[in-house]
Design a protein around this ligand. Structure first.
Ligand code: FAD
Length: 468
């Protein structure tokens, strides 16, 4: 019988890893977390959700101040100090990261600063994170949870590497704003940065390969954001093919094709936002016999890999790069290694996605696109924010809400909200779908007046009238 140093070794101390470790320790398992980053905190806190939302909120405050005249309020000339914008964000991130570091080093489990690499199916070799850890050669565990996250994808064009670009990691740490910026990509990260930079006076050009930006959403969502972006002076190119990139003096140039035309744009800087890849290359997963697909660790819905004692959670396995899912996967993995006889399975019926632009873009459950692709029958109804009392008061007229329902039973299958506080408002439909509510029930549920939330009752009523 092999002797193990730990019951559970968690590789990575981000959102998924911390969730796995606290669950394992709470169940009385001897647990170790191995974290290889120079900083402790994980992507969400250090370079992802939190810094981007802190910066976007600053941009929203500035935008509101600039438009205060709408409500008869004179704010005067609105100015800003970018150093202070970043300083507030930095102070908040320092607090969040400090709290996470305390949780990790709080003594409930062993916390080691080192990079882990498998040498066999039950053993990892540890390379100490230079400044903080003493040298530890190897460590054996009965179970593993791999939660090593993701990094910015490599660029698809060698010319782009040569021209040079910044990534989201660099963008949240800028000391000075560029005067102009080309953003490559049209997903959530690209769109959030496009609005942040444009609202702080940077001339932004966004180049997206697909027909619409935000392609995981229905095209009405992407279309709304494109309209808002163009109104805010973001130059948006969709349906493009990237051809080349180069430097010209201090400028960077991107060349692409759109509708058969060759177009060249130039800016001070390029922001590369074309996706992320799982952090698995350095793990030597072959030594553990763990299967990957395009670098992503393959897991079943119990978060278990092909090696029954090795689990994975978060961005390193996917299929969604979303923080609450990473946490849920970490907890699920540990539950299943403790209680294989009564397994918990990940279920993405209530998948939520939010983009924190203004208007915010959010959905839960099925989009029309996804329902059609899966051959699921549905009826759908939308209602616009430009015809709704509270949003008119707020002058927040862009966007709509949309509901999808089962045409026979009326059960709500999905909800989308592109509009003011869309990321908050969508949670009413999350709760409704969690309880398997129908549109008939939602239509008669009380909504206080005048609120943004009462807008859901209009599509609910329209759909309820179609169910017999
Ligand atoms: C700009 C941006 C904005 C985002 N905004 C949102 C948002 O608003 N909402 C949302 O839900 N999601 C958002 N995300 C996604 C979200 O941040 C991630 O899905 C989530 O943080 C992933 O958590 P994780 O635990 O899988 O990975 P991480 O938090 O990255 O943790 C992985 C850890 O593993 C460590 N590690 C890597 N390799 C090794 C090794 N070999 N040995 C030991 N340690 C190792 C790393 O140092 C890291 O600390 C955003 C992402 C980005 C980039």
């Amino acid at each position: 019988m092999q002797k193990f140093d730990y019951d559970v070794a968690v590789l990575g101390g981000g959102s998924a890893g911390y969730a796995a470790a606290r669950t394992a320790a709470a169940a009385g398992l001897k647990t170790v977390v191995i974290e290889g980053g120079h900083e402790v905190g994980g992507l969400c806190i250090l370079r992802g959700c939190m810094p981007t939302k802190a910066l976007l909120y600053a941009a929203e405050v500035k935008h509101l101040a600039e438009h205060a005249e709408t409500w008869g309020v004179r704010a005067g000339k609105v100015d800003f100090d970018f150093t202070k914008v970043m300083a507030r964000k930095n102070a908040q991130i320092k607090d969040f990261a400090g709290f996470r570091a305390q949780q990790l080093a709080g003594g409930k489990f062993k916390f080691i600063r080192a990079n882990a690499r498998f040498v066999d199916a039950h053993t990892v070799e540890l390379t100490p994170e230079r400044r903080h850890s003493r040298k530890i050669a190897t460590l054996a565990a009965k179970y593993f949870v791999i939660a090593t996250g993701s990094s910015v994808a490599p660029s698809p064009l060698p010319a782009l590497d040569k021209a040079g670009f910044i990534t989201s990691d660099d963008a949240v740490a800028l000391k000075k704003l560029p005067r102009s910026l080309i953003i490559l990509g049209g997903g959530a990260i690209a769109c959030e940065f496009a609005q942040f930079f444009t609202r702080f006076g940077v001339k932004v050009t966004l180049i997206q390969r697909s027909k619409h930006i935000l392609k995981e959403f229905d095209s009405d969502a992407g279309g709304t954001i494109e309209t808002v972006f163009r109104r805010e002076a973001v130059q948006v190119f969709t349906g493009t093919k990237l051809l080349d990139a180069k430097r010209h003096g201090k400028s960077k140039i991107v060349i692409f094709e759109q509708n058969g035309r060759r177009i060249s744009v130039s800016a001070d800087e390029i922001l590369f936002a074309l996706g992320r890849v799982p952090n698995t290359a350095s793990l030597n997963l072959d030594a553990a016999g763990v299967t990957t697909e395009n670098g992503r660790i393959v897991t079943n819905n119990k978060m278990q890999t092909n090696r029954p004692h090795i689990f994975a959670a978060g961005d390193c396995t996917g299929p969604h790069e979303i923080v609450h899912i990473a946490i849920q996967q970490g907890e699920t993995a540990v539950h299943n290694l403790i209680k294989p006889e009564s397994p918990r399975r990940m279920d993405y019926r209530l998948l939520i996605s939010v983009v924190f632009t203004e208007p915010q873009v959010a959905f839960v459950g099925l989009t029309e696109k996804e329902a059609k692709a899966r051959g699921i029958k549905f009826i759908a109804a939308s209602y616009p924010f430009n015809d709704h009392g509270k949003s008119l008061i707020m002058e927040a007229k862009d966007g709509f809400v949309k509901l999808l329902a089962n045409p026979k039973s009326g059960e709500i299958l999905g909800g989308a909200c592109v509009g003011p506080l869309g990321g908050e408002l969508v949670h009413e439909i999350v709760a409704a779908m969690a309880g398997r509510m129908t549109v008939q029930e939602l239509a008669v549920m009380p909504h206080y007046h005048p609120t943004l939330a009462e807008i859901w009752s209009y599509p609910a009523e329209e759909l309820a009238a179609q169910i017999f």
